[in-house]
Ligand binder design. Sequence first.
Ligand code: SF4
Ligand code: SF4
Length: 472
Amino acid sequence: MSTQFNESFRDSIGTIDQQGHRNYIHPQKPKGRYYNWRNLLSWFLLAFLFIAPFIKVNGIQFLLFNVLERKFSIFGFPFFPQDFHLFALSTGLSVIFIILFTVVFGRIFCGWLCPQTIFMEMIFRKIEYLIDGDRPAQIKLRNQEWNFEKIGKRLLKFVVFFAISFIISNVFFAYVNGSDKLLLYIKEGIGAHFKTFVILLIFTSVFYFIFAWFREQVCIIVCPYGRLQGVLLDNNSINVAYDFVRGESKSGRAKFKKGQDRDAEGFGDCIDCKQCVVVCPTGIDIRNGTQLECINCTACIDACDAVMDKIEKPRGLIRYASEDMIEKGIPFKFTTRLWFYTFVLTAVMALLTAMLIFRGSSETVMLRLAGQTFITEGNTISNFYEYKVINKGTHEIKDITLKLLSHKGNIESNSGDHRNIPVQEKTIGTLVVKIDKNDLKSSKERLKIGLYSEGKLIETFKVNFQGPVIIK
Ligand code: SF4
Ligand code: SF4
């Protein structure tokens, strides 16, 4: 890298000034092809986020994370705490996926998919541009005395930001408690659910704090994913990067002068206009190299491309590229590490898919009643059980019965047979299993029992059965 690089950026972060005070960022409104694509993707993702909890598949909420009632649904597929292994596997899969993507494409997730970036840059920032104006107007407003204009704009921004934060809180409520409950609460009014309303206001205040004040600090200070970049990225990772070879050339960067032959004087293509700096929402200068603060939002690519168009130089002085691509001209290659990650990712995905496919529509747990021993009546030995059947499928399980498959004998339900179990619900009951003692080979036997719905076998499981010691 050129020796003219100013390394002072390493001594502090762009959002803190020399006195240790917060340096508020007022990024210039981005525009350009990447911003347009990000806009399109953001509208799609926001629409999905706001609509998903209100979509039902076979009566099941499309996405639900009801921790309190322990009901979960992913893409209309119900999950239960009993499926924790699938959750753990999905989480592991997501981590591997993110690592793989980060190794290859840097922080592409942060710039294009992260909810924090999308809410901040595509909703709150846009409203701020509408109310306060672009960067120069925002800086002027911040520095000016409190007057009618400043109070009016600050008040308007507070009301709009708080209202949007309240909507976001309600959507999160629908994700956690179910959209049916949310719509019911809205219908019944604040008076009937005042406690819930207060909780929603607390969450609204948190969202307001994040998007009105804390902002890029989430990415710079709080987000653990951002902190991982240092270990995940290497010279082969593709990131938003400044082409310092082209930008600095032999004599470094220099201001643009009309009619100057920059190539002859050895100047690079960077005209030090700082347009890439003023658009940056985290307040960094990408020309200093890859930094942890960079969320790969591409705003600097668009800004620099517009400058290159004006000075009639090729676009891409800032672009998606790896360190090796820029410095050594080496094209992107799939390293052994990437092959390994891809292999692990494929294996975990295959395992997860198989587990989902072969997951039954019901899960029965049957245990002998605590403290109860067997009862002998003539030749019949009886054991008492408690059972729980969970409907994990997408349709109601109708008319359930339990039958003994491994032994001759009877199952007598104390809780009534032939019950229906609605989707995501369970039924609990007690029953007695009676077996002729001549059919028992030992004092502890494993019984195979079948769960039937409308006469059709849907699940088999095993339970212990106790009897008297058999002396032969
Ligand atoms: S926008 Fe481009 S030309 Fe201007 S300072 Fe940044 S890198 Fe240099
Ligand atoms: S350096 Fe560029 S890509 Fe990174 S956060 Fe700033 S504007 Fe976005």
